[in-house]
Design a protein around this ligand. Sequence first.
Ligand code: COA
Length: 178
Amino acid sequence: MASPFTVRRARASDVPAIESLVAPYVRRRILIGKERVAYYESIQEFEVAEVPGGELVGCGALHTLWEDLGEIRTLAVSERWLHHGVGHAILEQLQRDAVELGLKRLFCLTFEVDFFSGHGFHPIGETVVSPEVYAELVRSSDEGVAEFLELARVKPNTLGNTRMLKLLDAPPAVEIPS
Ligand SMILES: CC(C)(COP(=O)(O)OP(=O)(O)OC[C@H]1O[C@@H](n2cnc3c(N)ncnc32)[C@H](O)[C@@H]1OP(=O)(O)O)[C@@H](O)C(=O)NCCC(=O)NCCS
């Protein structure tokens, strides 16, 4: 059976729909809300799931943290479409994007521990970067980076969330025809 939705890179014009997908989860303090301008600024990070007719039923973003490390963020599926494989398809695409970027590890901060465990993520304790990288990351003004570093000022946002990490497999070697 053909997939009832397709996953594609987001376009700038998708921002209002992405905001609508994220809003119910922001209200429930599951995801962090952002200003509209922040979505436009980071639109290249997003993949979206679209159904025939053009409605967006899911979105997710890959944020680069460091040379080998990325974060899955703002993964949100429309309530009507939960448990139809949309989250899985977007996460798979974001992982392909991460491999293409040369990332080796993916971080996420989530309440959806079973979903991410099922995709090869495992809970982690402390920050998984060296003190040198920490010292550089702490200069970022990005709220998600502050959460990754567990800075005191964002602690209320992260209560109850689980920090998870996945090691990405090396991309398959390209066979050169002889
Ligand atoms: C986490 C989230 C993105 C998952 O989205 P989803 O589209 O429901 O995910 P999937 O459908 O791929 O998988 C969810 C479950 O449905 C099951 N499923 C997938 N396709 C299915 C189908 N066709 N029929 C029945 N079940 C199905 C999966 O096996 C999975 O089961 P599990 O939870 O026991 O592992 C969604 O719950 C969400 O938006 N949560 C709020 C935001 C959030 O917490 N984001 C993560 C942090 S950024």
